[in-house]
Design a protein around this ligand. Structure first.
Ligand code: UT7
Length: 335
């Protein structure tokens, strides 16, 4: 049976490390508050002039390398998940595809905030299964440092910049790396819980200038926390049921790195021991659409995951949106 198969993984983190102590000098916060409430010790922020497309191109290049492909390879599809595109128009993916020399690829962005990478994986997987593509490049890339409100200590300490990319190819369901299934969902009734209020047609249709604060990312943390735990747990359970994986057969839970307390709560609700949850939020913060591929690469480089292991991905973000994916781990080296 045909399946989408993970064939390569690449990541890029901007060099600038921002410690909790540095933020404590700037905001009314402390290393202790940030560590105990979120699990974050440091994050990376892009340098001046470094855009989401720049990070995505670097991660995409490394993913191609990990898959044994060169620049200009025969890739049919590039899907870029991001909350922070280079421009409101056009999408960032065509530029990234061009910079990677992927001149014949269809390329577009997906906007599902922190669930974006799982959404993009599902879309690419469907194209491969339908025979519309043989090879796809799926990227999650963010520069949240460009949308954080310098007056908002809560969001400013959580989010980091980075990019991760995966090469998917059309293969067989019984080979390591095959995706067994996906579960996606949304609830737009709670769209205001995570939002950049201004800059889109909702604000421009009023013919008023964007407000100072309206340009920035906002989040109602407590409500989002509860929803994230519930939706990721429910989506994971639904997917495991659909693909017929008993919960104790899951070797690794790779959840969206939103908050270490959320990750522990999701593991507990699903019934997966906390030690099987991959955690890298301490080093990179919440990188939104880049979070899942960065955590996957971290687990791969650390030797935590081995070929054939069962891996469950689950994410939650603005929209509200959520999504889960199940795959067996391939024999690849992340670059
Ligand atoms: O990636 C998309 C999905 N995102 C998420 O899933 C994030 C979900 N939410 C969270 O992770 C947590 O809600 C936060 C980390 C955002 C906040 O943690 P919390 O434990 O829910 O804190 P809180 O909002 O209830 O605030 C507790 C206290 C408040 O002070 P008072 O009212 O108790 O005096 C806040 O003003 O902590 C205060 N506070 C801070 N203190 C120091 C909020 N931010 C900070 C800060 N430093 N940075």
């Amino acid at each position: 049976m045909p399946a989408a198969v993970l064939g390569g993984l690449g990541t890029y983190l901007p060099p600038r490390r921002v410690s909790n102590e540095e933020l404590a000098d700037r905001f009314d916060t402390s290393d202790e508050w940030i560590r105990t409430r979120t699990g974050i010790r440091q994050r990376r922020w892009a340098d001046t002039g470094q855009s989401t497309g720049d990070l995505a191109t670097e991660a995409g290049h490394r993913a191609l390398k990990s898959a044994g492909l060169d620049l200009g390879a025969d890739v049919d599809l590039v899907v870029l998940a991001t909350t922070t595109p280079d421009h409101p128009c056009p999408a960032t993916a065509p530029d990234v595809a061009a910079r990677l020399g992927l001149s014949r690829a269809a390329a577009y962005d997906i906007s599902a905030v922190c669930s974006g990478f799982v959404y993009a994986l599902e879309v690419a997987s469907n194209a491969l299964l339908a025979g519309r593509a043989q090879t796809a490049l799926v990227i999650g890339a963010e520069t949240y440092s460009t949308i954080l409100n310098p007056q908002d200590r809560t969001t400013s300490v959580i989010f980091g910049d980075g990019a991760g990319a995966a090469v998917l190819r059309r293969g067989e369901a019984d080979e390591p790396g095959a995706f067994a299934g996906f579960d996606l969902g949304s609830d737009g009734n709670d769209k205001d819980l995570i939002c950049i209020p201004d800059g889109g047609s909702r604000q421009r249709a009023t013919h008023q200038e964007p407000g100072d604060d309206g340009r920035y990312f906002t989040m109602q943390g407590k409500k989002v926390f509860a929803s994230a735990v519930r939706r990721m747990s429910e989506s994971s359970a639904a997917l495991l049921d659909r693909v017929g994986w008993p919960v104790d057969s899951v070797d690794h839970l790779v959840g969206h790195q939103a908050n270490v307390r959320i990750l522990r709560a999701v593991a507990e609700q699903i019934g997966i021991e906390a030690a099987r949850a991959v955690i890298d939020i301490d080093r990179v913060g919440n990188t939104s659409a880049a979070s899942i591929p960065l955590a996957l690469a971290e687990a791969s480089s650390a030797g935590t995951v081995a070929p054939g292991d069962r891996v469950l991905l689950t994410a939650f973000g603005g929209g509200l949106t959520w999504g889960s994916a199940a795959l067996t781990w391939p024999d690849i080296t992340a670059c």
